[in-house]
Design a protein around this ligand. Structure first.
Ligand code: E4P
Length: 217
């Protein structure tokens, strides 16, 4: 499973990147707003840092402007994936940009039918939003499973990018269901390491190291 980091915070990306945990980055207008940075400037910095796909989202809602914005974003670096919303205009922009050989991430996916349309429009990534479905008492994981089945039934090579991940269980369940990629905030990725038995076991070993004065260096 590929790990994308869902943030526009450079320091957080760099920290995880140094550990080999970053296969790509996703941003959206809310994350750009949170960073307080200019979209072009911060996206360029992320692209300089990370080798894998960096999703940058268009701001327009009509396909012609989405395509123009997408082309401007694509000038930033070779690893840009243009992010477009799951609307007919977004799919039109997706088809044009992927036909030209560029990566497109179709975002705001909440149904398997939408994911089917995105795959037919040539999307590189489809982003089903797990957390936002859970927020309204629907089952985000059921959506991941449905998309996996449909894409496998027909051999679509659009990658399933599990998005809106809010917990380590979302990561685990997405991996179990065969999502190709997951994107999560740095805090969620970092908390994947936590286990009370690891802490307890290490405390016991440290006590024995002290008691027996075990030294290696
Ligand atoms: C990623 O591409 C999405 O923009 C992001 O995961 C949305 O997450 P949220 O629902 O927590 O805002």
């Amino acid at each position: 499973m590929k790990f994308f980091v869902d943030t526009a915070e450079i320091d957080a990306i760099a920290e995880l990147n140094d550990l080999g945990m970053v296969d790509g980055v996703t941003t959206n207008p809310s994350l750009i707003k949170k960073s307080g940075r200019d979209i072009i400037e911060v996206t360029k910095e992320i692209c300089d840092l990370v080798e894998g796909p960096v999703s940058a989202e268009v701001t327009a809602t009509d396909s012609a402007t989405m395509i123009a914005e997408g082309r401007k974003l694509l000038e930033i670096a070779d690893n840009i994936a243009v992010k477009v919303p799951l609307t007919w205009d977004g799919l039109k922009a997706c088809k044009t940009l992927t036909d030209d050989g560029h990566m497109v991430n179709v975002t705001l996916c909440f149904s398997a039918n939408q994911a089917l349309l995105a795959a037919k429009a040539g999307a590189t990534f489809i982003s089903p939003f797990i957390g936002r479905l859970d927020d309204i008492n629907l089952d985000g994981m059921e959506l991941i499973a449905d998309i996996r089945t449909i894409y496998d039934n027909y051999g679509f090579d659009t990658e399933i990018l599990a998005a809106s991940i809010r917990s380590v269980n979302h990561v685990l369940d997405s991996a179990r269901l065969g999502a190709d990629v997951m994107t999560a905030p740095p805090g969620v990725i970092k908390s994947m390491i936590n286990h009370p038995l690891t802490d307890k076991g290490l405390d016991a070993f440290l006590a024995d190291i002290k008691a027996a004065d075990i030294k290696i260096l």
